[in-house]
Design a protein around this ligand. Sequence first.
Ligand code: ADP
Ligand code: MG
Length: 167
Amino acid sequence: MPELLTLQRHADSEDAMVALGHALGELLLPGMLVALHGDLGAGKTTFSRGVLRAFGHSGAVKSPTYTLVEPYSFGDTTVYHFDLYRLGEAEELEYLGIRDYFDGHSIALVEWPERGAGSLPAADLRVAIVSAGEGRELRFEAGSQRGIECLRQLPNEPVKHDASGAQ
Ligand code: ADP
Ligand code: MG
């Protein structure tokens, strides 16, 4: 069977987006980096909220536009949610001690990863989100064997949990 390197999914609502993020979150392993591509308003943070729900975070999730990164701790695992929109240049990540975030134990979700190109480790998964009518089209692309494993296991119809949560 050929390796599963790319996958397309449609999310016709915010809830469907959270459900898809949740489904992926259940498959992520410590050390993985997920790059989230898409314009402002594409749904990167909404998808991230779904991922964080899978780890047990039930509160609000905001894009850390000004702080660049927001940590969410779950026992031994920390999920770092990055938003590099306001990053001046990729090298700034070095001053921020970017390496410390990638110790093999934590998971990184990165919005605007292109702004950190050259200073960010390679992504295990790239998710490109574009508008499609009222909803969104998501294109998943694996960048590692672990990424391939996630795509192989991603359900066709993710279950919608109580996705709204507190905003
Ligand atoms: P980004 O982080 O990419 O800038 P957000 O996650 O903040 O985008 O989402 C922007 C808006 O798009 C929000 O109002 C959100 O509810 C909405 N949205 C996200 N995903 C979907 C979807 N699949 N279908 C419809 N609306 C969505
Ligand atoms: Mg965002």
